[in-house]
Design a binder for this molecule. Structure first.
Ligand code: NAD
Length: 309
C-alpha cells in the first residue's frame, strides 16, 4: 500500500522536495510551521516518549506541536523541550488527547493498550495519521484499531527497528522452507519493568514463523511451559520470556532439528533504534490514505510469504 496523498491539514505533500532555487546555493531551508509535518507525542514522559521527543525536536521537516501524558502524571504541565533535556519549546505536556489529534498531522503513540485504543478512535474522527508502537493489545483493542484504519492511516508495529523487521522477513521465509520437523522456539529477554509477556516482538516473530507454515499463530503457539508438559507436539511454536535488569530487548528465533540448529538473534542495546524507526513511520504516514500499515510498508519490503487465511 503505497499511495501518497496531500497532507489534509497543511495542504502540502510532506515528502516532496521543494523546487530548487535558480540563484546561488542557499542555506538549507528551515522547517517552518507551514511546511513541516506537525507531530504530537502521546505518552511523552515515558521511556520511548522522551527518546522520541529528543529525536523529533531535532528532525528536519518536523514540528513538534504537542505531547500528552496520562491524567495525574507528574509530567503534565512540564515544558516538552525541558522534558527532553533541552531548550524549552514553549509547549506544555497536556492530558487532552482530543486536542493533540486535532492539532497534529501525525501522532506517535507508545503508551498503554487502553490509551492506544482510545487514541485510534480519535485518529478515525480527525483523520490524523497514527503511528502505534504500543504492545500488549488484546483482540478487542486490535479490532478497534482495524476499524479506525478505515478512516485514518495507521502504522502499527510491535518493533520499529530495522533489524527486527529484517529478521521478521527472513523468519517467515526460513519457516516456509523448513518442514515442521524443525521445531521453532522464540526466546526473549527484557528489562524488569516490562508489563506484557511474551513481548510484542516475540509474537510478531511468531506470526512470521506461522505465516511461513501457512497457519494462524493461535493454532501453533505454546506460550510458556511448566510441569508435566509431555513431549513437544510437532509444528508447535514455543515462547519463553525472561525479565531482568535494564535489557532493552533481546530476541532469538531457534529452528531445531535432529543434528542441527539454526538460531537468529537480534539484540537491541538502545531504544533509539525504535525511535528512529518511528521517525521513518511518521515521515511515511503523513498524508497517506487510510489503511492499516506495518513497518514492512514503511521500509518497502515486498512480502515473501502471504498471511495465513
Ligand atoms: P513507559 O511506561 O516508560 O511509557 C509509557 C508512557 O505512556 C508513560 O509515561 C505513561 O504515563 C504514558 N501513558 C499511559 N497512559 C496514557 C494516556 N492515556 N495518555 C497519555 N500517556 C499515557 O513505557 P515504554 O517503555 O516507553 O513503552 C511504551 C510501550 O511501547 C509499551 O507497550 C512497549 O512495549 C512499547 N514499545 C514498543 C516498541 C516498538 O518498537 N514498537 C519499542 C519499545 C517499547
Amino acid at each position: 500500500m503505497t499511495s501518497a496523498k496531500r497532507n489534509r491539514k497543511t495542504g502540502t505533500a510532506p515528502t516532496k522536495a521543494k523546487p530548487a532555487a535558480k540563484a546561488a546555493p542557499k542555506p538549507a531551508p528551515r522547517t517552518t510551521a507551514r511546511s513541516a509535518i506537525r507531530v504530537g507525542i502521546a505518552g511523552s514522559a515515558g521511556r520511548m516518549g522522551q527518546m522520541l521527543l529528543r529525536l523529533l525536536i531535532a528532525a528536519p521537516g518536523i514540528l513538534v506541536v504537542g505531547g500528552t501524558e496520562r491524567k495525574g502524571s507528574p509530567a503534565v504541565g512540564r515544558d516538552l523541550g525541558a522534558l527532553a533535556g533541552g531548550e524549552p519549546l514553549g509547549i506544555r505536556v497536556g492530558e487532552a488527547p482530543e486536542k493533540l489529534f486535532a492539532e497534529a498531522d501525525v501522532v506517535v503513540d507508545f503508551t498503554s493498550p487502553a490509551a492506544t485504543a482510545l487514541h485510534a478512535g480519535l485518529a478515525a474522527k480527525t483523520g490524523t495519521a497514527h503511528v502505534i508502537g504500543t504492545t500488549g493489545l488484546d483482540s478487542e483493542q486490535l479490532t478497534t484499531i482495524e476499524r479506525a484504519a478505515q478512516r485514518a492511516p495507521i502504522v502499527m508495529a510491535a518493533n520499529m527497528s530495522l533489524g527486527v523487521n529484517i529478521i521478521e522477513h527472513v523468519v517467515a521465509e526460513i519457516a516456509r522452507i523448513l518442514d515442521p520437523d524443525w521445531d521453532i522456539e522464540i526466546v526473549e529477554m527484557h528489562h524488569r519493568l516490562k508489563v506484557d509477556a511474551p513481548s510484542g516482538t516475540a509474537l510478531m516473530l511468531g506470526e512470521a514463523a506461522a505465516r511461513g507454515r501457512n497457519q494462524p499463530l493461535r493454532r501453533l503457539a505454546r506460550r510458556g511451559r511448566d510441569g508435566e508438559t509431555g513431549p513437544r507436539p510437532r509444528g508447535e511454536i514455543g515462547f519463553a520470556a525472561l525479565r531482568g535488569g535494564d535489557v532493552v530487548g533481546d530476541h532469538a528465533v531457534i529452528f531445531a532439528a535432529e543434528g542441527e540448529r539454526l538460531e537468529i538473534h537480534h539484540k537491541a542495546s538502545s531504544r533509539e533504534i525504535f525511535a528512529r524507526g518511528a521517525l521513518k513511520a511518521v515521515l511515511w504516514a503523513a498524508g497517506r490514505k487510510p489503511g492499516l500499515y506495518s513497518m514492512r510498508d514503511v521500509l518497502g519490503f515486498a512480502p515473501v510469504v502471504s498471511p495465513a487465511p
